[in-house]
Design a protein around this ligand. Structure first.
Ligand code: DC
Length: 219
């Protein structure tokens, strides 16, 4: 069974998806981490987001793996652990740029479908319920006010990378990214027609988790 959670940057999709996947015993697909790892890989190879010919060539050697250890989920790019490296603001912006390239999306879409084949998964990202898993059993779209999302994202950056970010700058970064993610031609971010939309602006994490579980239990 597949459950999808989509929505804009900083809305808390990852946190919520991890909690629900643990409690249901499902696996968790962080599709954003794949776009981030790909952007890092292309950048290290000196290839830009609009150079589709070179992208096609280098992406043959792209291998992304998620592994669990005592610290939680780790992201491997080929053999390197890039879990923290992919969380910087620079990589956020780059990931969004590369994500607008249709070749990139095709490659990652195939990887994502292969990864979850025949397993129970919560898939989280921008296009999980719309383009990658349109037949998912339950689809959710989380949203929240920009200011609140900026605070959540700044808190997260502090926790993961230990850096203090100005919330106004974070708001600018995520609003630019949302703009790009929502207006690109290839698989833009929007709620699936059959998604349950939840405005989490005034909700705690526990309340969002409960709401999602209630929808699943009531179905
Ligand atoms: O969820 P995130 O912030 O880690 O995602 C980083 C970028 O990757 C996001 O700005 C757009 C892109 N992305 C995407 O286009 N489609 C997805 N399913 C997930 C992420």
């Amino acid at each position: 069974m597949i459950i999808t959670i989509d929505g804009p940057a900083g809305v808390g999709k990852g946190t919520i998806a991890k909690i629900i996947s643990k409690s249901l015993g499902f696996k968790y697909l962080d599709s954003g981490a794949m776009y981030r790892a790909l952007a890092l890989f292309a950048d290290l190879n000196g290839v830009s987001d609009n150079d589709s010919d070179r992208l096609k060539k280098i992406l043959i050697d792209l291998h992304i793996q998620f592994i669990e250890d005592e610290e939680g989920e780790r992201v491997l790019l080929n053999t390197d652990d890039v879990t923290e490296d992919i969380r910087t603001n620079e990589i956020s912006t780059l990931a969004s740029k590369f994500a607008a390239n249709d070749i990139v999306r095709k490659i990652l879409r195939e990887m994502q479908r292969r990864m979850i084949k025949d397993k129970d998964y919560i898939a989280e990202g921008r296009d999980m319920g719309t383009y990658v898993f349109p037949d998912a059993k339950y689809k959710f779209y989380l949203d929240a006010d920009l200011k609140i999302r900026a605070k959540r994202r700044a808190d997260q950056l502090k926790e993961i990378l230990g850096i203090n970010m100005n919330e106004e700058n974070v708001a600018k970064e995520i609003s630019n990214r949302d703009n790009l993610d929502m207006t690109r031609e290839s698989c833009p971010l929007h709620p699936a027609a059959d998604a349950v939309i939840i405005d989490t602006s005034n909700m705690t994490i526990d309340e969002v988790v409960l709401k999602i579980k209630t929808v699943i239990d009531d179905a």
